[in-house]
Design a binder for this molecule. Structure first.
Ligand code: FCB
Length: 519
């Protein structure tokens, strides 16, 4: 995600702030309660709110992963090359020269991983399928061995009483389709629908929960608008085109999944961040609304209403997006539920004074000091504040953000069924020999405890949230950051693939059994 690529920009604040806040928590040792009650931790949730938090009976506690980040087996059983294979095999693209060639080897070790989920009382596992395992060149006949793998995984999950939640695209486009122009080529919408149909036909008797895309804004913007993700292109118009194809693909995939499986429900796995205006001015409020339209609901509004939200200043660049008459009908589908992730919040200001035609350089969306804002179409400056403690990935912890975001979507979309598809934090804690090899990752437990208390509050206030997926079941390949970040509730020793459930994972397992947080 984009924050990952912006961290170095804030290095100085990061160091200062983490020493001042997250660092004190660490120094406080095991005093978790004291840590959260401490007035020195801005944004922390009061202990009374944590202990009174309750989740509805049947709430779906879950964990998430993505194919390229955990599977490995990058060229086994007929799998084709994906853009992440190509990118990670290109020198200089990924930190430490890391690749997903082996990753967590989940392709072979999935029985162990399902056993961990079961042991931790999980009710939902959100995984993604690798398109190039199913169609090695992105089109044409299905590779039976690829289908068999996911079929075995799904059977193992069902056997363990866990709901399989399938994301069809978590960023690993078959390289052959990139060679045909990638997402800016609108033909990809129907290729994607074919792929979705193949999977729904093969597994739709057992999978009932599907999300076509993970974080569509992120992979289109970072892949085509900025270039920090594959295919590494940096052209705003390509981003606009890619985003439109993905909107068409979402609609077409929805229909082909439904046609192949009568049990299917289709939702989403969008990345979202609540946007708070920098000041109370009308201009900043309008800028925050544009941020919400572009970064949060650009792929949701199109599904629900068949039209683009007001993300742009002035006339929307419809021609650059490649919109054709009739596209509204293709995009419009009645999603059965809305899924989104929450990691951090944004403060948004109007970029004012942007000269028409001035092209901002696209580093990341967090470059608040550019005179033209992020781009000439949306004209806002968005940045992540550093008031709350920062994780090891440099993201601010702001539990209240999930409450605000969930309530906003609840209001704007008429109290839809919501699934939180991801949330989590990176901390680099390792097994501690003096403690029997356990992983005492207290800060991660604290992160989830406070955030879940805020989610419980949103449910109490009327939001219809039925699931929460912690990112991630395992430490894994963290995209351009390689293995330098650890988001897992399970520690993975990448030298021998040994898994150790961290203390946060054990805690989360108790939460899942009790439906409360004071466990
Ligand atoms: C999200 C991605 C996921 C992982 C987490 C940390 O943006 O969906 O793959 O990288 O961030």
């Amino acid at each position: 995600m984009s924050e990952k690529n912006a961290i170095h920009m804030k290095r100085r604040q990061f160091i200062a702030s983490s020493l001042a806040t997250a660092g004190t928590a660490l120094l406080a040792g095991r005093g978790l309660a004291a840590e959260s009650a401490s007035p020195q931790v801005p944004g922390a949730v009061p202990p009374a709110e944590v202990s009174s938090a309750r989740f509805p009976a049947g709430f779906l506690w879950g964990m998430a992963t993505a194919a390229y980040q955990v599977e490995g087996a990058w060229n086994e059983d007929g799998k084709g090359e994906s853009i992440w294979d190509r990118f990670s095999h290109t020198v200089g693209k990924v930190k430490g020269g890391a690749t997903g060639d082996v990753a967590c080897d989940q392709y072979h070790l999935y029985p162990q991983d399902v056993a961990i989920l079961k042991r931790l009382n999980q009710k939902s596992y959100r995984f993604s399928t690798s398109w190039s395992r199913i169609q090695p060149a992105g089109a044409g006949a299905a590779n039976q061995k690829g289908l068999d793998h996911y079929s075995r995984l799904v059977d193992a999950l069902l056997e363990a009483g866990i709901r399989p939640f399938c994301t069809l695209y978590h960023w690993d486009l078959p390289q052959a389709l990139e060679d045909r122009g990638g997402w800016p080529n609108r033909d990809l919408a129907s290729y994607f629908a074919d792929y979705a149909g193949i999977l729904a036909k093969a597994l739709g008797d057992r999978i009932t929960v599907w999300a076509p895309f993970n974080m569509p804004w992120t992979f289109t913007y970072l892949g085509y608008g900025v270039g920090s993700f594959p295919p590494g292109k940096a052209d705003y118009n390509l981003f606009l085109k890619a985003a439109h194809t993905v909107n068409l693909a979402q609609g077409e995939a929805f229909r082909s999944i439904k046609a192949a499986s009568s049990k299917a429900t289709v939702g989403s796995a969008y990345g979202m961040a609540p946007a708070y205006p920098k000041t109370d001015s009308d201009a900043d409020r309008a800028a925050a609304a544009r941020y919400h339209a572009m970064n949060n609901v650009f792929f949701l509004e199109t599904a629900i209403h068949g039209r683009y939200p007001k993300a742009f200043v002035g006339e929307p660049p419809y021609a650059a997006m490649g919109i054709k008459p009739g596209d509204e009908q293709i995009m419009k589908v009645q999603l059965d539920w809305i899924g989104f992730h929450y990691y951090t919040r944004r403060i948004v200001a109007d970029a004012g004074g942007a000269r028409p035609g001035a092209q901002a350089s696209f580093g990341t969306e967090i470059e608040e000091d550019q005179s033209t804002g992020r781009d000439r179409y949306t004209q806002f400056r968005a940045f992540m504040p550093t008031e709350g403690p920062l994780t090891d990935a440099g993201l601010e912890i702001w539990p209240r953000g999930i409450y605000d975001l969930v309530m906003q979507i609840t209001r704007e979309y008429n109290r839809p069924i919501i699934e939180i598809t991801e949330s989590g934090c990176s901390y680099l804690d390792t097994p501690y020999a003096k403690d029997g090899g356990r992983v005492p990752d207290l800060r991660r437990t604290s992160f989830f405890r406070d955030e879940l208390a805020e989610l419980a509050r949103a449910i109490h206030d009327g939001a219809n949230v039925r699931a929460f997926h912690a990112w991630s079941l395992l430490d894994n390949f963290e995209w351009a950051d390689g293995y330098s970040q650890r988001y897992g509730l399970t520690y993975v020793d990448f030298r021998d693939q040994r898994r150790t459930v961290k203390d946060s994972g054990l805690w989360y397992g108790r939460v899942a059994a009790a439906n409360r947080l004071d466990v």
